[in-house]
Structure formats: structure tokens, C-alpha cells
Design a protein around this ligand. Structure first.
Ligand code: CO8
Length: 257
């Protein structure tokens, strides 16, 4: 497929995907969702990707859903556009490899919802965050009302959703919305350092950490712990990744994954 909005490159198991529509501050339109679904399915099927990094071209990560496209929609079309995005973001969460958001600038509305669907977030000190939907007489439609409170707690979520105030990277760090803040020029360097670090670990263990933590988050504690015990066991035994990792430690050598 020819991609018009997404650029990507893969080096040493790390896929860097860039949303490249800076003239509209990378606003999310229907084509974006189709491209994202197609590209992530392609990356998954390639078996070559250990970690994906998602970032934006220009001064925005993503400044929201495309208002120019949404303004013409009726109620059913609005709901369909919401479900389209919700589905794409769920697909991101279900990728076997971790996805890191490198937030270079504005992450607003649907843009913050996209960042929240990634596994964790690194922000440039210049980044700005907000859910400004109520300014437009709207509410979030890509599960922002659900993910924001789970990530930051109910008070922080309702503060952002109700006031539509934009917050800076340090405040985003304080409320747990992002995990690290870097100087703007160091954003990609630091994000790639973390991506390489993850890519150097046991590949199956990394996938299982993502899967068990994410699936367990939606379960009750005991059910999630059961899932963990099952998956823990799957890494043991002759030829299993855990055996190699533990042997390498005892033999004082690097593991051969
Ligand atoms: N959609 C479409 N175009 C956009 C968007 C957007 N979300 N944001 C910016 N643009 C366009 C501008 O219209 C402008 O285009 P043009 O040059 O043709 O006039 C271009 O990008 C540059 O933007 P600005 O000139 O406004 O740049 P500034 O640096 O002056 O301002 C801001 C940057 C503050 C980010 C400003 O652009 C802004 O407020 N943007 C809108 C932010 C917003 O409200 N986002 C939330 C959108 S709603 C949403 O995301 C709901 C998600 C759920 C949808 C569910 C489906 C139904």
C-alpha cells in the first residue's frame, strides 16, 4: 500500500512511525485510521519488529481528530467515526510488541487519546496536552473518557475533560500521563535508547509483559494473577527463553535469544 500520511522505517527491530500531515497539525482523518490499521498489521505480520515508536512531524504530535472532516457528519456518522478510531486504538494496544509514543508537540483531543493507547509516553519539554473537546461542544470519541481516568485518576481526568485547559509536559509527568520528559532535541534519542533497551531483552518475555499487564488490568486481581502464573510457566523448560536467560546469568555471559 502507498502511504500518504504515515512514514515508517525499521532499523534493528525498531519501527519508527511518523504521522506526516504537519499542514493540519497531523489531525486524524479517515485515511489516517485506514493507514494505521494497514501499517500496524503489516509490521505485526513481518515478524521483524520488537518495538514501535510513534511520533508526529512538525510542531504537533496530533492536534486532534480532523475537525474539517467531522463538521459535516450527522449523528450516525459521528458514532461510526468514533468507533473507527476506537478500533484502531484497540488494535495498537493488541500488537504483540510495545508501542512508545514520542510526543514532540501538541497532543490534543484525539491526539492525546492516541498517545494514551500507546504502552507508554515520552514527552518533549515543549509538548502540550489537553482534551479540548468541550470547546467544540463535543466529548472525546476515541475512548479518552475511559483511558484518561485509568491512567491519571478520576480527578485529573475530569479536570482536563471539563476545563479543556492545556497542560505542559511537567504537569503531564506529575499526573502520570507521561513517563519521562526530555529536552526537545533529545526526544528521539532518548526514546530510541529506551526502545533499544527493550529490544535487547527476552523477546517473548517483552511480549508477555505487555499482554499480561494489559489483559490483567481489565480482570480482577485473582484472575489476572492466574493469567500471570500461566504465562510465567510458558517461559520455562528446555529451549525456552527463560531457561536461556537464567543459564546465561549463571554462566556469566550474554543470553542468546
Ligand atoms: N482538525 C483539523 N485541522 C486542524 C486541527 C484539527 N484538530 N488542528 C489544527 N488544524 C489546522 C488548522 O485549521 C490550521 O489549518 P490552516 O492553516 O489551513 O488554517 C493548521 O492546522 C495549523 O493550525 P493553527 O493555525 O491553528 O496553529 P496554531 O499554532 O495557531 O494553534 C492549536 C495550534 C492550539 C493546536 C490549534 O490548531 C487548535 O486549537 N487546534 C484544535 C485543537 C482541538 O480542538 N483538538 C480537538 C479536536 S476534537 C477531537 O479530537 C475529538 C476526538 C474524538 C473524535 C471522535 C470521533 C467522532
Amino acid at each position: 500500500m502507498e502511504y500518504q500520511i504515515l512514514k515508517h522505517e525499521i532499523n534493528d527491530g525498531i519501527a519508527v512511525v511518523t504521522i506526516n500531515r504537519p499542514q493540519a497539525l497531523n489531525a486524524l482523518n479517515t485515511l489516517f485510521f485506514h493507514e494505521m490499521d494497514h501499517l500496524t498489521a503489516e509490521l505485526q505480520a513481518s515478524g521483524k519488529v520488537r518495538v514501535m515508536v510513534l511520533t508526529g512531524e512538525g510542531k504537533a504530535f496530533v492536534a486532534g481528530a480532523d475537525i474539517a472532516e467531522m463538521v459535516h457528519k450527522d449523528s450516525d456518522e459521528g458514532s461510526a467515526f468514533s468507533r473507527l478510531g476506537q478500533n484502531t486504538f484497540r488494535n495498537l494496544e493488541r500488537l504483540s510488541f510495545p508501542v512508545i509514543a514520542a510526543i514532540n508537540g501538541f497532543a490534543l483531543g484525539g491526539g492525546l487519546e492516541l498517545a494514551m493507547a500507546c504502552d507508554f509516553r515520552i514527552a518533549s519539554a515543549k509538548a502540550k496536552f489537553g482534551q479540548p473537546e468541550v470547546n467544540l461542544g463535543l466529548i472525546p470519541g476515541y475512548a479518552g473518557t475511559q483511558r484518561l481516568s485509568r491512567l491519571t485518576g478520576l480527578g485529573n481526568a475530569l479536570f482536563l475533560l471539563l476545563t479543556a485547559e492545556l497542560i505542559g509536559a511537567e504537569d503531564a509527568l506529575r499526573i502520570g500521563l507521561v513517563q519521562k520528559v526530555t529536552e526537545p532535541e533529545q526526544l528521539m534519542e532518548e526514546t530510541l535508547r529506551l526502545a533499544k533497551l527493550i529490544a535487547s531483552k527476552g523477546p517473548k518475555a517483552v511480549q508477555k509483559v505487555k499482554q499480561v499487564t494489559r489483559r490483567g488490568f481489565a480482570m480482577d486481581f485473582d484472575e489476572g494473577s492466574e493469567l500471570e502464573a500461566d504465562e510465567f510457566g510458558s517461559l520455562f523448560g528446555p529451549g525456552a527463553e527463560g531457561e536461556e536467560g537464567m543459564k546465561a546469568f549463571l554462566e556469566k555471559r550474554q543470553p542468546n535469544w
